[in-house]
Design a protein around this ligand. Structure first.
Ligand code: DLL
Length: 446
C-alpha cells in the first residue's frame, strides 16, 4: 500500500498484508513446516539441544502436529548462561553478523547472535510492528530506545528504515535535547519505553512545548510492563495513540508482538515466525487459550539462535478472537509482569504494574512512583513512594492526608496494605530507559 492510500485510511495500513491476514489453516501449516525445520536445525547443530531432546526422549521426527511441541524440553535463561558465550549458536561464529547481550547484573550476561538473514527478518518484523502500531512510510520516527548491546535501539532502527521512514537515532538520555529535536524535526512517531516517554512529556511541559499541537501522533512503547492508566496519561499529555510493543533478546528483540492502532487491545504475535504457548508456571502443564500463565515461545525462522520452548517468565494470556484490524495473528494480552518480579505483600501477590494502575491518575499526584523494599528485623517492609503533582503544596498535613488517602486507595483496589511515602516534586527518580520500579534495600537495611 502506498503512503497516499494509507493516509486515506491510516487505521488499517499493513506492511505485509498477505501474511498479516493469512487464514488460520494456512498459518498453522506454515508453522508446522517451519517448526520441523527448526527442530532439525537445533538438534543437528547445538549440542545442548541434542542432549536435552535425547534426555526427554524427543526426536525432531517425533513431531507430527503442532501440539507435539509439548513433548520437547523447555529452554531457560540459565541454559544460555551455562553455554556462555557462544555455545547455543547453531551456526559457526563467523556467520554471525551481530551480537547483542543483556547487562548481566544478576549473573553472566546472556549473549544472542544473528546471521544476516536473521537481521533481515528482524527488520521486516519490526517494520510490520511499526505499521501495525500506526507508523506510515515517510514518517519521521524519533527512536529513544537505547542503542548498544540492548536490542531496543538497533532493533527499532532497522525496522524504521525498512518501513521507509526517516529515523532519528537519538537513543536514551539527554531529555532536553530529545524534546528540542522532536519539536525541530516534527517527529510523527515516538519509540521509547513508556517510563521514558513520561520523562519526555514532563520535560516538554516544563519547557512550554505543547506536544499535543505537534505532528506527533503515535507512541510505540514497550520493553517494560506498563498499565492502561499510564497509556491514558501519555495519550492525553502527548496527544497521541500509545501502543504496546513486546519482545525479548533471547527470541529476537523488539517486534515479536505489537498492538494494532485500531483496537489497542492485545499485541498481535507474529505467528509465521514464532509459536506461542501458555503454560502453568509451576506445574508447567500447557494451558488453554484465554488462561493466564507463563508465555513460552519457540522461534520458527531463526538461523543463529533457534529457541525451543523458551520460558519467558512473562505472565499473560492469549486471545484468538478476531480483531477489528483484520489481522489473523493471535493476540498476546498486556504482560502484567514477570513471575520473578512478583511481590508478596502480606501474603498477597502483586505486580508493580498493578500498583501503577492504581496510582497513575490519582488527583494531586504525578504519575511517578517507586516501590522500596526494606527489612526491619526479620520482617520485610514495602513502601510505595509517590510524588505530589506540580504546584501542589507540600506541608506536613498535606503529605499525611495524601499518604492515608493513597494507602486506602491501594487497599480498596488491590487488597493489600502497604506503607506510602509522599515525596516532593522531582524526588522520585526519573527513567532513562527501563524504569527501576522496585528498589531493594533489604541487604543494606538492618
Ligand atoms: O526489552 C526488547 C524490547 C525493546 C521490547 C524495545 C520492546 C521494545 P530485553 O531487554 O531482553 O528485550 O527484555 C525482555 O522485557 O521478557 C519482558 O519481561 C519485558 N518486556 C518487553 N516488552 C514488554 C512489554 C527487550 N511490552 C523483557 N510489556 C521481557 C511488558 C515487556 N514487559
Amino acid at each position: 500500500m502506498s503512503r497516499q492510500s494509507a493516509l486515506r485510511n491510516p487505521e488499517v495500513f499493513m506492511f505485509d498484508q498477505a501474511v498479516e491476514t493469512l487464514p488460520r489453516d494456512a498459518l498453522a501449516a506454515l508453522q508446522l513446516k517451519r517448526l520441523k525445520h527448526t527442530l532439525e536445525h537445533a538438534y543437528a547443530n547445538v549440542p545442548h539441544y541434542r542432549r536435552a531432546f535425547e534426555a526427554a526422549g524427543a526426536k525432531p521426527e517425533s513431531l507430527v502436529s503442532l501440539s507435539d511441541i509439548a513433548r520437547f524440553p523447555f529452554t531457560l535463561k540459565q541454559d544460555l548462561r551455562d553455554n556462555y558465550p557462544f555455545g547455543m549458536f547453531a551456526v559457526p561464529r563467523p556467520q554471525l553478523t551481530r551480537l547483542h547481550a543483556s547487562s548481566g547484573t544478576t549473573g553472566k550476561p546472556t549473549v544472542v547472535g544473528y546471521t544476516s538473514g536473521d537481521l533481515d527478518r528482524w527488520a521486516s518484523l519490526m517494520a510490520r510492528s511499526l505499521g501495525c502500531a500506526g507508523a506510515l512510510p515517510g514518517d519521521i520516527v524519533h527512536n529513544a530506545y537505547g542503542y548498544g548491546l540492548f536490542t531496543g535501539g538497533l532493533g527499532a532502527h532497522y525496522g524504521v528504515e525498512r518501513l521507509g521512514c526517516t529515523v532519528v537515532p537519538i537513543s536514551g538520555g539527554g531529555t532536553e535535547r530529545q524534546v528540542s529535536l522532536i519539536r525541530d524535526f516534527g517527529a510523527n512517531i515516538l519509540c521509547a519505553t513508556p517510563s521514558y516517554a513520561l520523562n519526555i512529556a514532563e520535560v516538554a511541559e516544563a519547557s512550554g512545548f505543547d506536544l499535543r499541537r505537534s505532528p506527533l501522533r503515535c507512541g510505540v512503547f514497550g520493553a517494560e510492563p506498563w498499565s492502561e492508566a499510564l497509556r491514558s496519561n501519555l495519550q492525553d499529555r502527548l496527544g497521541i495513540k500509545a501502543v504496546d510493543i513486546y519482545g525479548l533478546s533471547e527470541i529476537m528483540g523488539p517486534g515479536v508482538a505489537c498492538e494494532c492502532n485500531v483496537m489497542q487491545s492485545g499485541l498481535h504475535g507474529w505467528e509465521d515466525h514464532f509459536l506461542f504457548e501458555i503454560i502453568h508456571p509451576e506445574t508447567l502443564e500447557p494451558l488453554r487459550f484465554g488462561e493466564v500463565g507463563e508465555l513460552v515461545i519457540t522461534t520458527l525462522t531463526k538461523d543463529a539462535l533457534p529457541m525451543i520452548r523458551y520460558r519467558t517468565r512473562d505472565i499473560t494470556r492469549l486471545d484468538d478472537s478476531p480483531c477489528a484490524c483484520g489481522r489473523t495473528h493471535v493476540r498476546i494480552m498486556r504482560v502484567t509482569g514477570r513471575d520473578d518480579d512478583m511481590l508478596i505483600i502480606r501474603g498477597v501477590n502483586v505486580y508493580p504494574s498493578q500498583l501503577e494502575a492504581a496510582l497513575v491518575g490519582l488527583p494531586g499526584l504525578s504519575p511517578h512512583y517507586q516501590i522500596v523494599l526494606t527489612r526491619a528485623g526479620a520482617l520485610d517492609a514495602i513502601t510505595v513512594e509517590v510524588e505530589l503533582a506540580p504546584g501542589t503544596s507540600c506541608d506536613d498535613d498535606t503529605r499525611a492526608r495524601k499518604e492515608a488517602e493513597v494507602r486506602h486507595h491501594i487497599k480498596s483496589l488491590i487488597g493489600v496494605t502497604c506503607d506510602v511515602a509522599v515525596k516532593g516534586q522531582g524526588e522520585v527518580p526519573r527513567s532513562q530507559g527501563k524504569a527501576v520500579r522496585v528498589k531493594d534495600e533489604r541487604k543494606t537495611s538492618s
